[in-house]
Structures are given as structure tokens and as C-alpha cells.
Write a protein that binds this ligand. Sequence first.
Ligand code: BES
Ligand code: ZN
Length: 640
Amino acid sequence: MKTAITLILAAIAAGMTGCSREPSTANSAPAANIAPLLTGEDAKDVHSYADPLTARVTHVDLDLTADFAAHTMQGTATLDVLSSAADPKLTLDTRDLAIQTVRDDQGHDLTFELAPADPLLGAALRITLKDARRVQVRYRTSPDAAALQWLSPAQTAGKQQPYLFSQGEAILTRSWVPTQDSPGIRQTWSATIRAPEALTVVMSGERIAEPKQLPGGQREWRYRMEHPVASYLIAIAIGDLGFQSLGARTGVYTEPSRLAAAANELVDVEKMVAAAESLYGSYRWGRYDLLVLPPSFPFGGMENPRLTFATPTIIAGDRSLVSLVAHELAHSWSGNLVTNATWADFWLNEGFTDYFENRIMERVYGAPTAAMLADLSWDDLQDTIKDLGPEKIGDTRLHLDLAGRDPDDGMTDIAYVKGATFLRTIESTVGRERWDAYLRDYFDRHAFQPQTSAGFLKDLREHLVKADAALEAKLDLDAWVYGTGLPANAVHVRSAALEQIDQRAAAFTREGIRAAEAKDWNTSQRVRFLNRLPRKLTGSQLAQVAAAMDLDVQRNSEVRFAWLHLAVANRYAPAVPNLEDFLNSMGRRKFVLPLFKDLMAQGPWGKSLATRIYASARPGYHSVTVGSVDKVVPLAAKGQ
Ligand code: BES
Ligand code: ZN
């Protein structure tokens, strides 16, 4: 529980604009761009070595060359530092970086020490600053840098050029940028990147110059982010990329052969931005572009500012999976403007975003569509609570204790769906109009600042509940944030279109299913039907489902996943080629990890399949996916 002192300290720090408590020096970034820090116990980040109250990074300037032969980035990070201490030590996060020199802005060497590495957190880099307030670190990334995936031409659609992309969240940025890698510490950044001339460099910032041709077949690209952002939002991708505009301030990058399909899928993006703005205030980042990545991208989407990274598995051909875009776009407010101060409050990013995503979907596609999506998520939440069971009941809290754990452990439907359900419950308790006004105001008041669970509850009480004891009792705020399970007042949005499907699934054993009725079902209905069928089915029943729903050729990733999940649970051999193809053709962890878990739960039949498939698929997966699947599939061929 938070003490009053902590809350007061957090409030003071949150109210600070700029650096009033931390005098700036000549070399520091302008005070206007320095975001406040939270100083309460609840804002202490156990996943970073940084000690920002002693010395903090306010700006990162990267100067890096991408070496596609060596799989490294080599160059410098020049950091602006703010500190009022005499002779402070600057502590940075690093992971697998080869640190070559550390110098002040006169080029004089500074004393530094690289601490022993922790496998998860990496190694603290401690620099004795003396009176330096600008520090240049010369370094090289490891070919195995966790944030970076270097793809061979064969792993791309075009097959001609290599590709590189980064994934910073949660604590991977430190494997390619030596900085204070904590979501509570915001920094502006700029970058000069050199890459082979055939390739395009894109970053999660603004391109500030046309690419410059250099001798030796290289081009140089310049980007910057003028708003202070959390380090996990610094992102880069380099590849053979085309661009197509989608609207006045929206567009899509992807490999040229995939561009038309991607642009067609994403036609509504400009509308989504307008819908989001009409809900919660102006979009503050300038452009909103997407990058559709090669299939090994380990997530569905990643909300890198100005440039959402997305899996190609959302390009379904029928625009049925674009809620993912609504989600990543919503992060431009929840997450990128107002950011979880630590990963223990990850739900402040994802729960708010899941809620906001659904509101965007409602605006653009109507209430029945949004209700289907919310109702499907409700099912996922119930499954998650059941799976966590009494043993891991602590992980059903929104505010988590992640000390000594991988922040990935918090990436469950608790953060996403319990979080969203909490906000939906507040909405339905106080009424949509009052809630929307509060939320719009909340994003404004906390823009470009970190936030904690305690800070949010305090703000809610101050600006919405306003000492209304009856309302306070009705909402049960502390039970939602600090309690386990799902509070009794939780609002469940029911979809009529899915309830129809539930009836068909319940009648399946008696009545079967015909192609004529399944052919009109949309993606949500198909997923619901597959998930609501009895878990144990015979081979001929599964064959009937597959035939009625065309599941052997179905390429919609969500439907395909739901089908394979059911098929594996029944050791249904005819689906194995499909399963093998799916697991070898993309590396999205949300699909890959559960399917390998499913296989491992199916005795020798499943285990041998899992081992065989993983041996061939693993080299193509990103470190994030490999890290998770390695814990599940014992791999004889590991290390290949
Ligand atoms: N920010 C997350 C992705 C993430 C979370 C990366 C934690 C690393 C650590 C992103 O916004 C997200 O939630 N992606 C989802 C898609 C979404 C529609 C639920 C995903 O990747 O599945
Ligand atoms: Zn998200």
C-alpha cells in the first residue's frame, strides 16, 4: 500500500514542469523539453539500473552505421545529462554492448565501469562525470542484440535485400542504445544512421533531411524526436521499403511487393485517427504511419511513435483485423503520451489502450462490431484467470510485483482486458459523457509524463469521484487495482451476433454444421464458433468443421490459430501440415507460443511434433519469441 508521503512526493514531482528541482547546465537540452520524474516508491523501476535523481539523460543523439555483414550497429551515442550533484555518477543500462570509449564533449576520456551482466537486465555502465554534462559513448552492438533482428534476404518478401528491425519494449532498447532504459525517464532523441544505399531507413521520429549519398555505396539518414519519450519507443527498421500515402497525415511502409495489399487493408487509418481525436483530443505526434514488417516480427503491433510497427498477419485481405491498428494508434495517447512509470503498472499502457481501441472501433465500424471484439476479449480474460489458477492468483492484480521477474510476465490479458474492463465499468457507472470528459482532460494534464497506478487513482478521486462516497463505494477502485480476480461490478459487453454463434456451437454435437450457414460468418464469429465448440471432437466431426469453414485454406491468422488450437487438442493429424506451415511462416509470439504449449500437452505425439517443427522454425524467430518458446520446448537441436 502506498504511504501518504509517497503520494505527496509523487504529486510534487508530477507537478514539476521542467527542471526546477534539477538545475540545468549550459550543455543540457532546453528546459521545456524535460519531462518530470516521479519520485515515489511506487515509481521505482526494478528493471533499470538508472539513478535518475543523481544524474539523468535528457537527450540521446545516435550516430550509427548498420553493418549487415557483421550484424552490428557501430558508432556513438551522445547523451545530454542533467544533474545538480557535485561530481555525480551517471548510470546507464546496457546489454551485450561492447563499450569502446566514454568521453566528454572536449574529447577527454571519462572514467567508467561496466558492472557484471545480469542475464535479464544487462550490465550497468557507471560513468564518473566530473563536470561533464554531455557524454559520448562509442560502442558496438552484439550480433545477438536482443532488440535487433537481422534478416537474411531469404527471410524477406523480395528475397534480394537484407532487413533489420528493432523491438524496444519492454527492456530491450539497452541492447542497442546505451541509455537510461526505464519507461519513467523520458528523453528527446536524434539520430544519424548509415546503411547500404539500396535500403531505406525508417525510425519512430521525424525525418529531418533527405538521405545523403556517401562514398562506398552508403546513404546517411537523419531523424529526430522533439518530444520527450520513454526509451522503449526508440525504434528503427532498415530494408527495401516502399511507401504509399493513406491520407493527409497517414501512410504505410512495407516491401514493394506487399505495398498494394497493405495499403488496401489499411484504407481506414486516416478515419481512425480522426475518430481517436474526436474522443480524446488532438493527435500530438504529427504523422501517423505504419510499417508492415516481415513475418518474423514477434508482436501483432508495436506503438512506436509516428510509425506503428505491425505484423504482416494483419493483412487478411478483407480488413477484418484492423482493430490492431486502432490499438496501436490509441497508444499515441495511452502509453506514448501518458506512460507507465514502471512495468508493474503496464496495465496503464495496455488496459487504457484496449479500452480506447474499442471506442475507436465503435466510432468507425459501429457498436455491433465493437461489441463482438469486446465480448471475444472477455472470453480471453476468463481463460487467462482460469489458466493462472490459485497458484498464480497474484498475477490477476492490475498492479503487479515484478521484482526479480521478466516484465514479459505482466503481458497477459489481465493488463489488457481486466484493465479495459475496469475503465468500461467506470464509464458505465458515471456515464459516458462524464467519463469521456474526464479522460480527455486526464491525457492533457499528464501529457508527456509517467504515471503510476496510485497516481491514476489519486487523479481519478480528485477529478472524477470528488469525495462522492456513494460513487466511491460503487466503483470499488482499490479492489480493481490491488485486488485479485474480477470485481463483482465488472461490466461484460455482450454481442448478440456472437450469442447466435454460441447457440450453433452448443448444437453442433446434435446438428453438425453446414457450409451454407458458415459462409456468411465474419472473422469474429468464426473465431467464436471454433472457441466454443466442445474441446473433444472426433476426427469426422473435425473434418466436417474444416470442410464447412474451408479451414484447410483459410489464411486469416486469427481463424487459423483458433482452428489449429482445437485441432492440436484433438491430435487431429490432417491439420499437421497446416500447423507446420503456419509455425514456419511467421513468428508472432501470440500464435507461436500457445501452439507449442498445446503440442507439448499432447504426449509423445505432440512432443515429437513440437521438437521437429521448432528445430526448423527457431532460426527464423525473433529473440523475443525464441526466449519464450525455449522455456516450453526442450530442443535437442538448440544452438543451431
Ligand atoms: N505494446 C504492445 C506490444 C508489447 C507489449 C511489446 C509488451 C513488448 C512488451 C502492443 O501495443 C500490443 O499490445 N500488441 C498486441 C496487439 C494488440 C491488438 C493487443 C500484440 O502484439 O498482440
Ligand atoms: Zn498495446
